[in-house]
Design a protein around this ligand. Structure first.
Ligand SMILES: [Zn+2]
Length: 385
């Protein structure tokens, strides 16, 4: 039997140990909008997972594109709400700082920029420039015409204090646009690409890096609100091809996809055939330990913050006993999986961010159309940083 015919799921009880992640309840006060087709190739999205509140009947669907293996929210807060979310202190309160600090070692987008040997006089705009780390990095290397776009007012101020022109909403004209882990946050990536493509001439570049849907942490795809989309290489090539861009250099690891696109002006529409849902579903079944546990007893769902490795373990009712068990278990898990994590990440660092949340079983007890269902007694609870 294909796993595509099975239903998996659990009840989300409460978060237990979250590092660097916070929770947000999707109450009735948050306005929602729908995305029914794949933003990359326009194919209809198939229901992949569903968050469902038992109290309010509210659902948040996650759709899958059988053509390019894109995953993303079908139901998500409106773009206006998301913009306010980033502009408000909510997104990164407590992390306000002035100017770039620490050692900035570059990123996937900057690595591709250096391979393209772009002239130092070219206008370069870093979309989502944060505190201006990448812009400073480029300035030190002799680039003269640098600008940025940043939604968060205090980050924008910080980047401006380093001498860069930074817009908070509009995108300025540029010969090279950099989008390092930005595209997955945008409500309408096509709309932003359309704007950028209108300002660029043939031969100019957009360099993009995003998490790879195949390596992104399952709970991040399902429940991390700021990541509205999870892309594959095919997704990005289809999305940019639609605006007349061709992939010139492409770097793919389990964690990240980075591509330098060049404007050719010719719309490239590749006809791709539909994939089976099985490999994608298998990623979630193993990443969340869904198949092994059929009991309704409370469990602890655990996952790493930066490596797509996770599972389930027992949750003792006695909280002291549970704390002791979890401490031992998380140490043991971290130890046992260090090689697996190291292979996925290229370092041991991933094992430090072990996350967990209390769940209980619903397997087969709730009829649902989605392959994966997460139920909530109260409001649907998602994560953010
Ligand atoms: Zn697609």
């Amino acid at each position: 039997m294909s796993i595509a015919n099975a239903n998996f799921g659990f009840v989300f009880e409460r978060p237990l140990a979250l590092k660097h992640w916070r929770t947000i309840e999707m109450g009735a006060d948050i306005p929602f909008e729908e995305q029914n087709v794949c933003p990359c190739d326009g194919s209809p999205l198939r229901l992949f997972a569903e968050h469902k509140s038992m109290q309010s009947e509210k659902t948040i669907r996650i759709g899958w594109c059988s053509v390019c293996n894109y995953l993303g929210y079908v139901d998500r807060p409106t773009s206006e709400w998301m913009a306010r979310f980033y502009a408000s202190g909510m997104w990164d309160s407590g992390k306000v700082r002035e100017g770039a600090h620490g050692v900035f070692r570059g990123n996937g987008v900057l690595a591709l920029l250096s391979e393209l040997s772009v002239g130092k006089e070219k206008t370069i705009c870093d979309i989502g420039c944060g505190y201006g780390e990448a812009l400073s990095f480029l300035k030190e290397r002799g680039f003269q015409n640098l600008s940025g776009v940043e939604y968060s007012p205090h980050r924008a101020r910080s980047a401006r204090s380093l001498g860069f022109p930074v817009m908070e909403l509009d995108v300025p004209s540029a010969q090279v646009f950099l989008l390092n882990h930005v595209l997955e946050h945008l409500s309408n990536p096509q709309q932003e690409l359309e704007k950028m493509s209108r300002m660029q001439s043939t031969g100019e570049y957009i360099i993009v890096a995003v998490p790879n849907v195949w390596g992104e942490v399952c709970m991040e795809i399902l429940s991390f609100l700021p990541h509205l989309h999870a892309f594959s290489v095919d997704s990005l090539i289809a999305l940019f091809g639609g605006f007349g861009y061709e992939a010139m250099i492409r770097k793919e690891s389990g964690k990240e996809i980075a591509i330098a696109f060049q404007k050719t002006g010719k719309k490239i529409v590749k006809s791709l055939s539909a994939h089976s849902i099985d490999p994608m579903l298998q990623k979630f079944v193993s990443g969340l330990g869904l198949k092994k546990h059929l009991s309704a007893r409370p469990r602890r769902l655990w996952w790493f913050r930066k490596a797509d490795v996770g599972g389930q373990t027992v949750l003792f009712r006695n909280s002291r006993l549970d704390a002791l068990y979890w401490k031992t278990f998380s140490f043991f898990v971290g130890y046992v999986l260090r090689w697996k994590v190291a292979r996925l990440m290229g370092t041991y660092r991933g094992q430090k961010g072990l996350q967990s949340t209390a769940i209980s079983g619903v397997q087969q007890s709730v009829p649902t159309a989605a392959p994966i269902t997460i139920l909530y007694e109260g409001n649907i609870t998602l994560f953010y940083k």
